[in-house]
Design a protein around this ligand. Structure first.
Ligand code: FAD
Length: 466
């Protein structure tokens, strides 16, 4: 009797999932997800916050519940454990005499180390098959492969565009092999894992509810493309700060693998066939290419991506940034939105990150670790890649500094975003007044920070360009 194990990690879907695309179908199949107990440990020295915060943990659980339902419909099931993943999967393989384990090759170094350890432990007894999936491209289709990844995103895109065709997504399997008799199954209720995550509710000012799972991801895609047709305006709205539809908000479903990038790409091509391609539809595809770029950069960087293991302890200024209490309204508004909703627009992410690294002069890895805790869409490659890129620790090594006051004035001209997340400032007149740093003490910001009254005319703000 041949038994296979499918080890789900950041790929919680049935459609377009190579994990379930067996070259020769096994006679029995056991599907497992293991919440690594290290994710429940403190994200940062001296802070109680866990690596996986409540917003993401809740989204993850919703996604797992739905995944289980879809597996059950096809004659299979799901086992969820909270433990050391390698120990659990080794144990299952031994007990059920599995001949094969299928797992996606992820970008994170913890994930890769785990697969390497598993393969070493089971060597000669059970084959560990690494699949790809979730991205637009496979490694083999990258021109010149991973070893010769271009140094910048522009070069990556230039090289990729003419050379590679993006394959279409594949459908979900109709049936799956039966569950091994006697094998454990099911998942614990979230309130037993983390009461805070079970009770988590995003601040309604975020105007959006992210619900985990493949169906909710498809529904969001459907809304953004077909119901609201907001995709046709993406180019004009993508730098927005408030409201549900200024950008796709697909990131949590992509990060957890409830949707694949190819599914999004296919849907955009179908939309273009109906309404015509424009710079907005192309703009979303460019963002997917950014995701792709950071994924391959992370695969290449391996353990050097973030150096989490020697993270310094954050001091008072770092804690003030986390709390949204720096005294710079635009930054504080962003940090408040991040903590209370688990999500932040790309524009706000860039500003709060640049402010931490370049104005406060704090080790960018602390900021990235705080994002890891807070974000519902945390993705190892996109998070640490974007942080490294802004801080100047990325592949091209140029720091990308944003002038937060210029940015605030340009992108939040009437101070509505600040007034929403810092209501005390809403009483001030709009425009500049609401953005004035109000408690900036020189000893607090040792870097040449903000020049409080040096406002520039309302042109596009100076912004780091590639
Ligand atoms: C400091 C910092 C940290 C970030 N951390 C993460 C993270 O942990 N997870 C994450 O998914 N994104 C991260 N991003 C990228 C980006 O901010 C989010 O993907 C985007 O804001 C999500 O909103 P959206 O889905 O509406 O994006 P859209 O603008 O609609 O873009 C469509 C999709 O393209 C991808 N994408 C867009 N911009 C980027 C980018 N700069 N890098 C990589 N992929 C991108 C996302 O998957 C996104 O869902 C980070 C950016 C910064 C500056």
């Amino acid at each position: 009797m041949s038994t296979a194990i499918v080890w789900f990690r950041h790929d919680l879907r049935l459609a377009d999932n190579p994990l379930l695309d067996f070259p020769a179908s096994p006679e029995q199949l056991l599907c497992v997800f293991v919440l690594d107990t290290r994710w429940l440990e403190p994200a940062l020295p001296g802070l109680a916050a866990r690596r996986i915060g409540p917003a993401r943990l809740q989204f993850l659980w919703q996604s797992l519940i739905e995944l289980r339902g879809e597996l059950l419909k096809r004659g299979s099931d799901l086992l969820v454990r909270i433990d050391d993943p390698v120990t659990v999967v080794t144990d299952l393989a031994e007990r059920h005499r599995a001949s094969r384990i299928r797992v996606r090759h992820d970008a994170g170094c913890d994930e890769n180390e785990a697969v390497a350890t598993l393969a070493a432990r089971l060597e000669g007894r059970c084959e560990v098959v690494r699949t790809e999936g979730g991205m637009l491209f496979d490694e083999a289709s990258l021109p010149n492969g991973l070893a010769d990844l271009p140094p910048s995103f522009s070069a990556f895109r230039r090289r990729l565009a003419p050379a590679c065709r993006i394959p279409s997504a594949t459908p979900a399997p109709v049936t799956l092999p039966p569950w091994p008799p006697g094998a454990p199954r099911g998942l614990p209720p979230l309130k037993r894992v983390c009461t805070t995550a079970a009770a988590w509710q995003p601040d309604p000012r975020g105007a959006f509810l992210f619900a985990g799972g493949e169906a909710a991801g498809s529904a969001r895609l459907d809304h953004y493309l077909w119901k609201s047709r907001a995709v046709g305006r993406y180019r004009q709205t993508r730098n927005g700060l408030m409201g549900p539809d200024f950008s796709t908000r697909l990131s949590p479903w992509l990060a957890h693998g409830c949707l694949s990038a190819r599914q999004v790409h296919d849907a955009i091509l179908t939309w273009e066939a109906e309404y015509g391609a424009n710079e907005s539809t192309g703009g979303v595809i460019v963002e997917l290419l950014w995701r792709e770029y950071f994924h391959w950069v992370a695969c290449q960087a391996g353990g050097t991506l973030h150096g989490r293991r020697d993270l310094p302890a954050g001091g008072d200024r770092f804690r003030a940034w986390c709390r949204g209490d720096t005294g710079v309204p635009f930054v504080d508004a962003g940090m408040c939105e991040l903590v209370t909703t688990g999500w932040l627009s790309n524009r706000a992410r860039q500003n709060v990150a640049s402010f931490l690294a370049h104005d406060l002069g704090i080790d960018w890895r602390l900021g990235a670790a705080w994002f890891e805790h807070c974000l519902v869409d945390y993705d190892v490659a996109s998070n640490w890649g974007n942080w490294g890129y802004l801080a100047g620790a990325g592949r091209d090594c140029r720091p990308h500094r944003f002038s937060v006051l210029e940015q605030a004035e340009y992108y939040d001209g009437r101070g509505e975003y600040v007034a929403c997340w810092q209501p005390a400032l809403g009483a001030l007149p709009p425009n500049v007044a609401r953005h004035q740093p109000w408690r900036v003490a020189p000893e607090r910001f040792p870097m040449p920070l903000v020049q409080p009254v040096a406002w520039l005319p309302r042109n596009a703000p100076t912004e780091p360009k590639e």
